[in-house]
Design a protein around this ligand. Structure first.
Ligand SMILES: [Ca+2]
Ligand SMILES: [Ca+2]
Length: 351
């Protein structure tokens, strides 16, 4: 989401390592046996470096939304290609199920594009949300999801929901799936932007003399499920595309943590806004082929970081703020840097 001038300056970082560790310990003590995991990846991270913007557009716009009222914030979600210094051609911002035309397409909780805008939780109906069968003899679970900007969601490797609005306007979704425990949820998440490869958006829209055509946007995922599962620091979250950077050395790898510790901060307004514009760099990492699978071993991935509503900048976002009862005690999560990490995979195994 965009930087928000209403964000308070003094705010404690909200990650709760201690609580997450306690929860993880409790989960381990009662965990039923799940599928056998693949071996954990212990190789050194293979970074790919790009400079400048994607040179080739392969999809001009994935946004199908039409303006239905004058204040709608509808923006172009293009897909492009860029070549890294090692010769690798990278799809920007990422290869997505939406781009491939895969489904099921998300069922709207709130979406201005489709004029689905319930005023509050009491007006929300889940009756017509289709149930996706993962296990035919499982339990039906209902989930509420907000992703800034795009998500695709897998349960035990099966695609159960593809965000129908990849960039803006900001929407939210309801998903239903039938599954047995333990089960693994995996989300591909994208903070989309207009300047593919640079990790920057045009903000606000329209651009005026006092605004920027090169603004680092930020991401975020929040979800709550009817079996009690919520997004929080017990999830894993790994980043695969980090930009904008003045220098690729600004990304520091510590094992499988792809960190940016010296760039001012992890949220707006602290995160550095570089002056490099069209000359900015990005650091990318290959996305593992089987990241959706319950067998994928994310042991070495970092824990998700938690962020507040104010840090995410959603205090005025009706797709979320109208329905506090539906999101309950779920927390916004992302990888280390809410601003610079633009493609993130988040995973959680529910025992
Ligand atoms: Ca979206
Ligand atoms: Ca960003």
């Amino acid at each position: 989401m965009n930087g928000n001038t209403g964000r308070a300056l003094a705010r404690a970082r909200s990650i709760t390592f201690a609580l997450a560790a306690t929860a993880a310990l409790a989960a381990c003590q009662t965990a039923p046996v799940g599928p056998e995991l693949d071996a954990a990846d212990t190789s050194a991270p293979r970074r790919m470096v790009t400079q400048g913007r994607a040179t080739k557009v392969i999809v001009p716009n994935l946004t199908k939304c039409a303006f239905t009222h004058p204040k709608m914030n509808v923006r172009v979600a293009a897909v492009g290609e860029i070549t890294a210094t090692d010769g690798t051609v990278i799809t920007m911002p990422a290869v997505t199920a939406l781009q491939k035309g895969l489904g099921p397409s998300s069922h709207d909780l709130y979406n201005e594009c489709n004029q689905v805008t319930p005023k509050n939780s009491a007006e929300v109906s889940t009756a017509n949300v289709p149930v996706i069968d993962v296990d035919a003899d499982g339990e039906v679970i209902t989930g509420y999801i907000v992703a800034d900007n795009y998500y695709e969601m897998y349960v035990n490797g099966k695609l159960v929901s593809v965000d129908n609005t990849p960039y803006t306007p900001f929407n939210s979704s309801i998903v239903k799936f039938r599954v047995k425990r333990p089960y693994t949820m995996a989300f591909l998440l994208i903070d989309w932007d207009e300047h593919l490869g640079l990790g920057m958006e045009v903000f606000p829209v329209p651009v005026t003399a006092n605004t920027s055509k090169f603004y680092p946007g930020d991401g975020g995922l929040i979800a709550r499920f009817s079996d009690g599962t919520v997004t929080d620091g017990s999830w894993k979250a790994q980043t695969f595309y980090i930009a904008p950077l003045m220098d690729p050395k600004e990304v520091v790898e510590r094992g499988n943590v792809h960190d940016t510790p010296n760039l001012g901060g992890r949220v707006h307004p602290y995160a550095r806004r570089p002056a490099c514009e069209d000359k900015c760099y990005a650091v990318h990492y290959p996305i593992p082929a089987n990241w959706q699978s319950p067998r994928f071993n994310d042991t070495n991935w970092p824990r998700a970081w938690e962020f507040t509503d104010q840090e995410i900048g959603v205090t005025n976002l009706p797709a979320y703020t109208r329905y506090p009862e539906l999101f309950g005690d779920a927390r916004w999560i992302w990888s280390q840097n809410l601003v610079l990490d633009n493609v993130v995979i988040a995973r959680k195994t529910v025992r």
